[in-house]
Design a protein around this ligand. Sequence first.
Ligand code: NAD
Ligand code: UDP
Length: 316
Amino acid sequence: MRTLVTGGAGFLGSHLCDRLLADGHDVIALDNLFTGSKRNIAHLLGRPDFEFIRHDVVNPILLEVDWIFNLACPASPIHYQYNPVKTVKTSVMGTLNMLGLAKRVGARMLQASTSEVYGDPKEHPQQETYWGHVNPIGPRSCYDEGKRVAETLMMDYHRQNQLDTRIVRIFNTYGPRMARGDGRVISNFIVQALRREPVTIYGDGTQTRCFCYVDDLIDAIVTWMQYGGDDAADPVNIGATDERSMGDVVSCLGEILGRKLDVVHQSLPKNDPVRRKPNTTRVEGCIGWSARTSLEQGLRKTVDYFRKMLDEPKFM
Ligand code: NAD
Ligand code: UDP
């Protein structure tokens, strides 16, 4: 199997490359290194079954592959809002280019979508049948609407060209190799706590998310790619179901570090969803997957990673 992973030098993409190589694939990681880093794939460079291509998915590329995982897109709010027009282009033109490639070579393609397609949801927990509550003109829209168009393109190529497609709606995922400064809550809290700075809770900290550990997530998307049911092209939620408030995450981290963490409250970003939790009936029913790693276990592994990273001289 020759497999292309766009966004392959990013947080999730680099773990996916590791997993596919372990499963015996020949892997091409394609990335423009906007938010990803060669550091994430340094251990793979030089392997005969691994290749890195520095390329931007908004431009077409000709390759011969059997599977495509399209993960290229900045995922954290500060990164995707840095150049919102580029974020839309990455989701829309990037997905179009990958679909064109899939069509030309007859490859199966998986699109990394997101829980953000549900916006600030009025249905809780969110099921795949829910159409969402998304602001089309706000600061998060470049990401949310870009991903919604990417889903539309996937379904239209599937119906119009009989392309073999998969759409995974990924809920908050964390773990080693998250970028230390990417602004997402788990990396922020851990880095702040390790530096003995107060952790920044946005708003009153009662908003909720369900945090999935990266190994569980990768297992789900690789298994979903192989799922062959009649409904395989329809979107599927992938995420943990243990709903936690941000205040709760701070307490959990404090217990792991063995001290009470100082907290500073900052204003809640615009359109920040109040609650988020996936309904995972579909993924459980179709492939028997559910998240196994507890927040405590996953946080411990992530703390270990950031502790080592912050000890490196260039990060001190
Ligand atoms: P990340 O920022 O670490 O990875 C994204 C990768 O895509 C980076 O390596 C970046 O350099 C690359 N990239 C960005 N724009 C590109 C472009 N135009 N051309 C080529 N490469 C480009 O983020 P991540 O958390 O690993 O997210 C990976 C995918 O999963 C994204 O599509 C994201 O939307 C999706 N997702 C992630 C989460 C999560 O919680 N981590 C949740 C929902 C969806
Ligand atoms: N958040 C926070 N402090 C931070 C970073 C984020 O309280 O330092 C909050 C943020 O407002 C949101 C939640 O944590 O309610 C999850 O944020 P993240 O950016 O990780 O993911 P998303 O908002 O995309 O779910």
